[in-house]
Ligand binder design. Sequence first.
Ligand code: SAM
Length: 246
Amino acid sequence: MEKSLPPLAPGTLYLVATPIGNLEDITLRALRTLRECDVVAAEDTRRTGQLLKHFEISKPMLSYFQFNEAKRSEQIIERLKGGEKVALVTDAGTPGISDPGERVVRAAVAAGLRVESVPGPCALIAALTASGLPTDEFHFIGFLPHKSGQRRNQLVALKEFAGTLALYESPYRIEKLLGELNEVFPDRTIVLARELTKKFEEFLRGKPAELLALVAKRSLKGEFVVLVSGEVELPAENADDAGGTH
Ligand code: SAM
């Protein structure tokens, strides 16, 4: 373990992971980076402003989101070249994972600038590790496209994959997704990881048809990570989990 705490390095882009629901899930290093950086580039300055306020951090912010990513990336690169320490924060979790970040990281790397990860919460990893499904080999899809044909094609293309599949899905499309999984993967075990790290966190496990029946009885709200067991049969102890929750 590092005992000494070196100051932040000038001209470095810090990717700072923030809580996905539970404000206790922020690392000491994330807080120090937010305190000591020159500027916070935020996906949503209002939302990040609330987080900073909660931790009594006052810092200049600039907005960095999907639709101004190109322009903002250039500005961030100029600031980094000028020796500033920039912390990039998204609304929740790890920047760059189904969130803005990739473009500015690529630009910084191409410009020979330093990029550091300040690791922390990520819904994908929280869901996968507690799912009971194999973690040694997995394929992260993020969000499927909106168009039905494209969604189906992408799922069908992954039928042969032996590892666990992981998707992000909005609460408005969770039933639609379960219907699609029922068509493409009727015999696989599905794990819905709902509201991770929050008061109503739960893991719902079962075949797609079992989960569809559950959704028909009880409308499921909140945020979801959806996991699909791999092509290979799961060991017997997992088979008993079908339909279970916690
Ligand atoms: N960068 C984030 C991360 O590291 O997980 C993900 C951002 S993405 C825009 C948001 C999606 O992540 C949600 O639609 C949901 O699928 C998933 N997600 C985020 N927080 C979650 C939570 N607390 N419980 C379950 N899923 C969550």
